[in-house]
Write a protein that binds this ligand. Structure first.
Ligand SMILES: C[S@@+](CC[C@H](N)C(=O)[O-])C[C@H]1O[C@@H](n2cnc3c(N)ncnc32)[C@H](O)[C@@H]1O
Length: 253
């Protein structure tokens, strides 16, 4: 990959600032409550989450279907966006637990914090930071979740090793992301726009699972989700490179 990390982060941040500020705009990927219901989130659960969080959701899977978070757990959502999954996690862990979101995009953080003001529980918080340099002490969390984010990271081994570091031994990683069936050509990997649209940075599925294992996780479950892009050029690229959504449950060894 020859693209500059600062340039790439600028593209990603601009794209997701737009998702935060203009949730009704057309993006290459689906957004909002209808996306979440299509992925499998229960409407009754979504009713308890601030609707202004749901409108800017840009997730790619419903990892909560694999297992429920235990009451009292401390949870970190990496790349939390406007906060949808943080609020879902907060409801599952209850008032004795806590749900923290970390994101690099200021507009998403601003929106998530505003959303938290109308949420029923006060066990949520949002922190600015990068997946590759998580601003938390070792062993701070029992669970890490994430949705549609690690594919955007220019340094996935570092992101997974940071997730491993902030988890307590035996902690769990439960997340969804996009992967490919084939190796992407250089021309796609070096295209910041395709990267920000969640295609250019997607890793081949087997190699991706290998990265999670190399970071010190026992990968227990991998399931494929129904996920589709919505604009023709991206649909075609996704088809060509067999881009698909996976949900993963892994245990920190
Ligand atoms: C596809 S959106 C998903 C947001 C949220 N997880 C959801 O389900 O709606 C990707 C989010 O990850 C954030 N992000 C991307 N790369 C990141 C990184 N390296 N570190 C921290 N946040 C990142 C973006 O700012 C954006 O809010």
């Amino acid at each position: 990959m020859t693209i500059q990390i600062d340039e790439l982060r600028g593209f990603i941040s601009d794209m997701y600032s737009d998702v935060a500020r203009f949730p009704r705009a057309q993006f290459h990927f689906a957004t909002g409550r209808s996306l979440m219901e299509g992925l499998g989130y229960a409407p009754e659960q979504l009713d308890q989450v601030p609707q202004t969080a749901l409108e800017s959701c840009a997730g790619v899977g419903h990892h909560f279907a694999l297992t429920r978070l235990p009451q009292g757990a401390r949870v970190l959502d990496v790349g939390s966006g406007a906060g949808s999954d943080v609020f879902v996690a907060a409801l599952q862990v209850g008032a004795e637990g806590e749900a923290v979101g970390v994101d690099m995009t200021g507009a998403m953080l601003d929106k998530a914090r505003k959303n938290a003001e109308s949420f029923a529980l006060d066990n949520v918080s949002f922190v600015e930071g990068y997946a590759e340099a998580l601003p938390f002490e070792d062993g701070r969390f029992d669970w890490v979740i994430s949705n549609g984010v690690i594919n955007l990271s220019p340094n996935k081994p570092k992101a997974f090793s940071e997730i491993h570091r902030v988890l307590t031994p035996g902690g769990r990683l439960l997340f969804s992301d996009l992967v490919t069936g084939v190796e992407l050509p250089e021309s796609v990997r070096d295209n910041c726009e395709l990267w920000a649209e969640c295609i250019g940075g997607a890793e081949q599925e087997q190699a991706y699972i290998g990265l999670i294992q190399q970071a010190g996780f026992d990968v227990q479950r991998v399931v494929h989700n129904d996920y589709a892009f919505i604009q023709e050029s991206t649909i075609n690229a996704a088809k060509k490179f067999q881009v698909r959504s996976v949900s993963v449950l892994a245990v920190r060894t």
